[in-house]
Design a protein. Structure first.
Length: 406
């Protein structure tokens, strides 16, 4: 019998958020165990529902959404995205600079495939959202990670970033607000990264999917506004998180900056967009209504809102566990706690997470799944209701009180 093996292109491609640990959790569920899943930022299972106006508008358009759309996306949705950026003070993103995708994930992979030759390098923060690292590897490129400093609120180390730029570097990834740390970068940080890109002739890939999920006095700065007409900037955003419709797969990529100098690259993006024909058309019809209507996300992030209260409670309880500390998240849906290596002698954070799963039926993600450099962190989502967070972290504390390390 012939043996069929996976392509060698996948040998350096990892996405451990949905890797072996999730498979173990699924096996336990099949055996009848109830697992509290704190591993993925998926709002719907935690009782967060899409705004009614989005559902109504999608249903109304279903009879007209049965055929392919333009490969970039339907005109009304792209117009809405363009006009949204105009309200943010960004005037150089036109309707034809918008590409709609099956979520941001598809567009990240598409854009990197269009840009990279084998061995080209992309600078990515560590910790990162691992799709970026995986997509660079899949495109034949080499992911190079620049440090974010925990003691400085997970701010990017600009000196470390610049030291890793080589003649093979093609771009810099900025994830703001950051997943998994929840950091929100001030204008000075965004400007420093844009200036490096300008100095070295690099593309900036700005992942802004959590732009509307901000806490306290955090302010989001759009990278495209700082980049202006001088630096090629690809901005990625969508409806999955702020509008609680991950399953509808409605995302976009907006291209700004010196587009004439990127003509060949943009032709490559267009070619790949044409090859996949179009994004999910019913999901595209949600975009105009979402961006133009009442922003219900504000009810969730302001005082008294579920997302803010849950973040606060998780932060309080995690920091109360001996040997556990976490920086406060100022955006997104996660905390990235540190396990003090002087207290917990953990050599394999994947095994630690698996042990927690098996004993306490709680599923979190290990830090190295986010390309963090040491086995001393994990990520948990802050989506469960406060009583569930209290129970989950209480069980974590019980587990850690007698965990010997590995």
């Amino acid at each position: 019998m012939a043996e069929f093996k996976q392509s060698t292109k996948l040998h350096n491609v990892l996405y451990d958020i949905r890797g072996p640990i999730l498979e173990a959790a699924q096996q336990m569920e099949a055996e009848g165990h109830k697992i509290l899943k704190l591993n993925i930022g998926n709002p719907a299972p935690f009782g967060f529902e899409a705004p009614d106006a989005i559902l109504v508008d999608m249903i109304r358009h279903l009879p007209h959404a049965q055929g392919y759309s333009d490969s970039r996306g339907i005109f009304s949705a792209r117009t809405a995205v363009s006009q949204y950026y105009q309200t943010r003070g960004i005037q150089n993103i036109g309707v034809d600079d918008i590409y709609l995708g099956n979520g941001v994930s598809e567009l990240i992979t598409l854009s990197l495939m269009a840009l990279l030759n084998d061995g080209d390098e992309i600078l990515i923060p560590t910790p990162d959202y691992p799709l970026w690292t995986a997509s660079v590897s899949l495109a034949g490129g080499r992911p190079v990670h620049y440090l974010c400093v925990e003691e400085e609120g997970w701010a990017p180390d600009i000196s470390d970033l610049e030291s890793k730029i080589t003649e093979r570097t093609k771009g810099i990834v900025l994830i703001n607000p950051n997943n998994p740390t929840g950091a929100v970068y001030p204008e000075s940080t965004v400007r420093a990264i844009v200036e490096l890109a300008d100095k070295h002739g690099l593309v900036v890939f700005s992942d802004e999917i959590y732009e509307k999920i901000l806490y306290d006095d955090a302010v989001h700065v759009n990278t495209a506004k700082i980049a202006g007409d001088d630096v090629l900037c690809l901005t990625f955003n969508g409806l999955s998180k702020a509008y609680r419709i991950c399953g509808y797969r409605a995302g976009w990529m907006a291209i700004s900056g010196p587009k004439a100098a990127a003509k060949d690259f943009l032709e490559g993006i267009n070619l790949l967009a044409n090859m996949r024909l179009c994004a999910n058309v019913p999901g595209q019809h949600a975009i105009q209504t979402a961006l133009g209507g009442y922003q219900s996300i504000n009810d969730l992030i302001l005082p008294g809102g579920r997302l803010l209260e849950q973040r606060n409670k998780a932060y309080e309880l995690l920091n109360a566990i001996p040997g556990v500390s976490t920086e406060q998240a100022h955006g997104a849906l996660y905390l990235f706690p540190k396990l003090d290596p002087e207290v917990y002698h953990i050599r394999d954070d994947e095994k630690f997470v698996l042990d927690l799963l098996r004993e306490q039926k709680i599923l979190v993600s290990h830090g190295r799944a986010f390309n963090w450099v040491r086995p001393d962190h994990f990520r948990m989502v802050t989506l469960p209701a406060v009583p569930d967070i209290e129970e989950a972290i209480g069980r974590m504390a019980e587990f850690l009180s007698r965990y010997p390390g590995n």
